[in-house]
Design a protein around this ligand. Structure first.
Ligand SMILES: NC(=O)c1ccc[n+]([C@@H]2O[C@H](COP(=O)([O-])OP(=O)(O)OC[C@H]3O[C@@H](n4cnc5c(N)ncnc54)[C@H](O)[C@@H]3O)[C@@H](O)[C@H]2O)c1
Ligand SMILES: [Zn+2]
Length: 378
């Protein structure tokens, strides 16, 4: 048997749509199941970039009557349909668990209780499953501190401490086997999804992979969704003549990976067995502070607007997390190709030429966080 029909849930979204294009170009028959979540698709219609050679079905991943026949017609399922925001998940708990955890439970329930021909499942996991990234103490070696408490943030003591000797620790790239600490509901649901898929995959012999995406950026990223990633939020602010808001001191380290590299990695996961039954970091392997990101975006945009560094924290934020991508290289031969400068230039070029793409709703999101008491006063 080989894979010819692929179902992509959430395939109208940002990462899914790029994957759909790549799969169609490789002659797979692709079906998309997507409910056109209004927070992502404000027009309520299929996006203009929908691929004319894919089939689009409007429906919810929690609805068995639509999901089951599509699963049964496929040899591979890429499960990306999800509610996607850390901050929002902390006050829309029921919705996040329902869409993400129960949607995945339904997929697995279908697979286990029907005669299907699925040979590969890919489920979108996230950097969020780690909580804090990996660290090293000069005295105690590798350590895994958990989320900073409110008192520490209020003191503006941003860096993590060693759990044993309390000295400050140094951020190192996070390998997949680092201890996991979810510190928000979204990340918990991502972990539910990954753990359930890998368990059922292993139990029933359905090869399954859980890519743990780091900060994915590129065209079609929702710039108007204030709950999306920082690069999109800041670009949207800059395009609207407003300062990017940078929490803490801006020294947080992250790994920004181009959507094109992500798609290459996903195709390898589909076509090669090397990463079967594993969670796999998908990042660039490059490290950068978020303040540098805000400045680079302004520079590439030709804007003189400086970021506003708040020197205040949010209760659910981690300090550093960057990707160790050794596993993706060793199991799949994955090697990222797009530099940050090139990738951000592409993102900006797209944002500038796409009408209405960057309506800035960030202030509203910030107000919501304030009202829910998720900002730390210092
Ligand atoms: N973008 C990132 O940096 C990043 C990082 C880590 C993990 N992820 C994960 O990758 C996947 C794709 O993320 P994205 O950035 O493309 O997000 P996105 O919001 O652009 O795409 C998600 C898609 O899922 C659809 N959807 C939402 N709820 C649904 C439901 N109940 N039924 C059917 N479809 C539904 C939305 O309409 C949207 O088209 C998600 O599972 C997300 O958790 C993304
Ligand atoms: Zn120590």
């Amino acid at each position: 048997m080989s894979i010819s029909d692929i179902l992509v849930t959430g395939g109208a979204g940002y990462i899914g749509s790029h994957l759909v294009d790549a799969l169609v170009a490789r002659d797979y028959r692709v079906t998309v199941l997507d409910n056109l979540e209004p927070q992502v698709h404000r027009s309520g219609t299929w996006p203009s970039y929908a691929n004319p050679n894919a089939t689009y079905v409007k429906g919810d991943v929690r609805d068995r009557s639509v999901f089951e026949p599509l699963v049964l017609a496929s040899q591979a399922v890429v499960h990306f349909g999800a509610a996607v925001s850390v901050g929002q998940s902390m006050y829309q708990i029921d919705r996040y668990v329902d869409v993400n955890t129960r949607g995945t439970a339904l997929l697995l329930d279908i697979l286990v209780n029907t005669k299907h021909k699925v040979e590969k499942i890919i489920v979108a996991s996230s950097i969020g499953v780690y909580g804090e990234g990996a660290y090293e103490c000069a005295t105690h070696g590798p350590v895994a501190p958990t989320i900073r408490d409110e008192q520490q943030l209020a003191r503006r003591d941003w860096e993590q401490h060693c759990p044993y000797c309390t000295s400050h620790v140094r951020s190192i790239p996070t390998p997949e086997d680092k201890a996991l600490y979810r510190d928000n509901i979204y990340s918990m649901t991502k972990y539910h999804q990954e753990e359930m898929v890998l368990l059922i995959g292993k139990t029933y012999g359905i090869p399954s992979v859980a890519p743990r995406f780091f900060n994915v950026y590129g065209p079609r990223q929702s710039l108007s969704n204030p709950y999306a990633g920082v690069a999109a939020i800041w670009l949207s602010r800059l395009l609207n003549g407003k300062q990017p808001i940078v929490f803490e001191d801006g020294g947080q380290l992250r790994d920004f990976v181009s959507i094109h590299d992500v798609v290459d990695c996903l195709v390898l996961m589909l076509e090669k067995p090397g990463a079967d039954y594993l969670p796999v970091n998908v990042g660039s392997g490059q490290t950068i502070t978020i303040l540098e990101i805000a400045k680079m975006l302004a520079r590439l945009l030709g804007s003189s607007i400086e970021p506003q560094v708040t020197q205040t924290g949010r209760k659910f934020d981690i300090r550093h997390n960057t990707a160790d991508i050794t596993r993706a290289w060793q199991t799949l031969g994955f090697a990222p190709k797009v530099s940050l400068e090139d990738g951000f230039s592409e993102l900006i070029g797209w944002a500038k030429t796409t009408p209405d793409v960057a309506v800035d709703f960030f202030d509203k999101a910030l107000q919501e966080l304030q009202e829910k008491g998720l900002l730390v006063k210092s």
